[in-house]
Design a protein around this ligand. Structure first.
Ligand SMILES: *Cc1c(COP(=O)(O)O)cnc(C)c1O
Length: 382
């Protein structure tokens, strides 16, 4: 089908919630994508930090294919091995408690919010300005952005936002009535803003002082993205509960909410559930991704290629920031530059706002691909 026909179909058949670029992708391999006209692209977005181990990684393709041949779905009234193995492995490489699997990031956040409320009935939530936690009503209520929230008021009550770089304001907002503080250690959607160590430590201390939970949303910054499996590991501030999604399934939809042992049994039978969650196919994919992402050599490569990319951006005199392979730079016209990069240089990136371009390549990106991306950027910047 020609692109114009796809666009006509989109207009006729889908709710107009997305601003799509005029490209139809039909194939991927590693960091490469191909469009329907046969053009080859370098993917430095990875479906927004989702295609964590590259397009069609052989281990993921094999795990999914093999599982799809045997069993696709029975639901959570029965046992299936892939999800239980995944939960055990996820816990082992994170907080050591228990896991609730979901189908998306927002749902992982909903689970964390419900857990915190269940533990401290009626308790409130403290969130940071610039944070993004998802589009469902609970997760949206934790996302203090006027443009996203206003059309859907009234939101879930009980959420208070503080400036993201003010440890005192954060500490002052937490009380004995606080159920949880919810933070992204590195804010993603708002343009790659690592929260300072002071803020993360202040959050930990305030939560300890008032018996509130510290929830880290690692949906975008986790799964090896920053060069550690979880972003909090570099800072040494351990949350009580964390969420993962995006890169966890390597392209298949899955999320997870993980606790420390102390909070492992807050949610009780009947408190929460999901029809699709933990299905054998997505769990098989996530098991394959986790195996690749927890490899020390891969994590070292993320740090190395991330540093190389950051250096490359700064070499172009760009004002760049971020950690590992979670980077962004300032641009006068971010959306315009992203569009030129896509259509003229065939480099896939994303503008998070009018003045910010975000880079999130697959963690398997090679040195040559990093250099290639910097060359394409240099060409687009003219
Ligand atoms: C993307 C994202 C979410 C929402 O995930 P969905 O799968 O789109 O529901 C939540 N938190 C963070 C930090 C994210 O980046």
């Amino acid at each position: 089908m020609a692109l114009a026909d796809l666009q006509a179909l989109e207009n006729r058949a889908t709710m107009g919630t997305y601003a799509r670029n005029p490209v139809e992708f039909v194939r991927g391999e590693g960091t490469r994508l191909w469009d329907s006209e046969g053009n080859e692209y370098l993917d430095f977005l990875a479906g927004i930090s989702v295609v964590q181990i590259g397009h069609c990684h052989p281990a993921l393709v094999e795990a999914v294919t093999e599982q799809a041949r045997r069993l696709v779905h029975v639901g959570n009234l029965f046992y299936t091995e892939p999800a239980l193995r995944l939960a055990a492995r996820l816990s082992e490489v994170s907080l050591g408690g228990k896991v609730f699997l979901s189908n998306s990031g927002a749902e992982a956040v909903e689970c964390a919010l419900k857990l915190a409320r269940r533990r401290r009935p009626g308790g409130g939530f403290v969130v940071a300005e610039g944070g993004f936690h998802g589009r469902t009503m609970g997760a949206l209520s934790a996302t203090p952005q006027e443009a996203k929230q206003a059309p859907f008021a009234p939101l879930v009550p009980g959420f208070a936002a503080v400036p993201r770089e003010d440890p005192e304001a954060l500490a002052a907002a937490v009380s004995d009535q606080t159920a949880a503080v919810v933070l992204e250690p590195v804010q993603g959607e708002s343009g790659i803003h690592p929260l300072s160590e002071e803020v993360l430590h202040a959050a930990r201390e305030a939560c300890d002082r008032h018996g509130a939970l510290l929830i880290f949303d690692e949906i975008q910054c986790g799964m090896g993205r920053t060069g550690e499996i979880w972003a909090w590991q570099a800072v040494g501030v351990r949350p009580d509960v964390m969420t993962a999604a995006k890169g966890l399934g390597g392209g298949l939809p899955i999320g997870a909410c993980v606790t420390t042992p102390e909070h492992a049994d807050v949610l009780q039978p009947g408190d929460h559930g999901s029809t699709f969650a933990g299905g054998p196919v997505v769990a098989a994919a996530a098991n394959a991704v986790l195996e690749v992402v927890t490899d020390a050599a891969l994590l070292a490569s993320v740090r190395e290629q991330g540093a190389r990319l950051l250096e490359g951006l700064r070499g172009l005199e760009l004002d760049a920031r971020g950690r590992g392979l979670m980077l962004a730079f300032r641009a006068d016209d971010g959306p315009g530059l992203a569009r030129r990069l896509l259509l003229e240089q065939r480099l896939v990136v994303h503008a998070t706002g009018p003045d910010t371009v975000r880079l999130l390549p697959p963690l398997t990106v090679t040195e040559a691909e990093v250099d290639d991306a910097v060359t394409r950027l240099a060409a687009a910047l003219g």
